[in-house]
Design a protein around this ligand. Structure first.
Ligand SMILES: Nc1ncnc2c1ncn2[C@@H]1O[C@H](COP(=O)(O)OP(=O)(O)OP(=O)(O)O)[C@@H](O)[C@H]1O
Length: 336
């Protein structure tokens, strides 16, 4: 296999011992290379988003981290364990929500969790209390005794996360967790992901819903054709891919305003967007300097608004039309 080009890292990973660590990790199916020389480090308590077009290797990477498929090459450690050699150690500590959640349809939500709790080896005395707690946390207490076969996809998804929580994991790996959720359920799910982080749980999240990824992830990695091409914070990726991290909308009147805005150190460009409306691109939040520039040239300031560039813009710019065409539901979405 040809050596992979290293990903462009535009923000360093934390110096703390990584929870997830892959070096040169590869997976081949016959002659087809699904993952090519992946280097990845995820720090304790970090929420890391895996992004990329369909078939770019995200799920294959997750399966290797979980010991569910064996790497063809390279090295991987999760919480210090080798998932291929010590899969039980990894499974005990890592909660996994697959993109298609499998439960026994003839059993109720509570019965499914009882079954999972036995498999996890939870002490008998703790089981019922913990099951009740996770059902309540996931908003499933009222349907706990209904057959899962009658559950909507969103309810199954919630039950999937309930099962993850039941394990009290150190790491949660979530493959497209909000794909089948309506907007308000997706928002609740994002709050839950934030609460996992607040509890110190490391989260690895794969998703195509870029505004949601931007809303919860500390760093993201952009995959293409089995390679991690770019990784960093959304702000750092915006700088790198788009050339600026912020847009500042300025509403101001006065003949010299545009020139004054252009003259502010750090302004990368100014776009006129109608009478008295401008958009300045900048690396940092320059609102005070822009306000001072308007006042300094005798202009009248009516409004200033800071907008972070969206991951959607970064993704579209990096992957071009092909990447976007794979995920038409994202077209036109803004910052969450
Ligand atoms: N068991 C398998 N046998 C052969 N090829 C496979 C197998 N599993 C995955 N692949 C191929 O590996 C590539 C990466 O697939 P993977 O599921 O990891 O992508 P993904 O980024 O998760 O995609 P998606 O966004 O659609 O979930 C794809 O081309 C896929 O067809």
């Amino acid at each position: 296999m040809a050596p992979a080009a290293p990903a462009v890292r535009v923000a360093p990973a934390s110096a703390a011992a990584p929870v997830i660590e892959a070096e040169g990790l590869s997976k081949r199916y016959g002659t087809f290379v699904a993952v090519a020389g992946l280097d990845l480090r995820v720090a304790p308590g970090e929420v890391y988003g895996l992004l990329g077009p369909n078939g770019s290797g995200k799920t294959t990477t997750i399966l290797m981290l979980l010991g569910l498929t064996e790497p063809s090459g390279g090295r991987v450690r999760v919480l210090g364990f080798d998932p291929a050699r010590e899969p039980l150690e990894v499974k005990r500590r890592v909660g996994y929500l697959p993109d298609a959640v499998g439960f026994y349809d003839d059993l109720s939500a509570r019965e499914n969790l009882r079954y999972s709790a036995r498999l996890m080896g939870l002490p008998r005395a703790e089981r019922e209390g913990r099951i009740e707690a996770v059902l309540t946390r996931m908003g499933l207490a009222e349907v706990a005794d209904k057959r899962v076969g009658a559950f909507s996809r969103g309810m199954r998804q919630r039950l999937g996360l309930a099962e993850v929580l039941l394990k009290a994991p150190q790491v949660a790996v979530l493959d497209e967790p909000t794909a089948s959720l309506d907007p308000s359920s997706a928002d609740e799910f994002l709050d839950l992901i934030r609460s996992l982080k607040a509890e110190g749980i490391t989260v690895l999240l794969s998703s195509h819903l870029l505004h949601q990824v931007q809303a919860v992830c500390d760093r993201v990695g952009l995959f293409r054709a089995g390679r991690l091409e770019l990784e960093g914070t959304v702000e750092a990726l915006s700088q790198r891919v788009l050339g600026s991290a912020y847009h500042i909308e300025v509403e101001a009147h006065g003949e010299a305003v545009e020139a004054a805005l252009r003259g502010v150190p750090g302004v990368l460009g100014v776009e006129r967007r109608g009478a008295g409306r401008y958009r300045a691109a900048a690396r940092t939040d320059l609102r005070p300097q822009l306000a001072a520039a308007v006042a300094g040239c005798g202009g009248a300031l009516y409004g200033l608004q800071l907008e972070a560039r969206s991951l959607d813009e970064v993704y579209a710019h990096h992957f071009g039309r092909a990447g976007r065409a794979a995920h038409p539901e994202e077209v036109g979405r803004g910052v969450a």
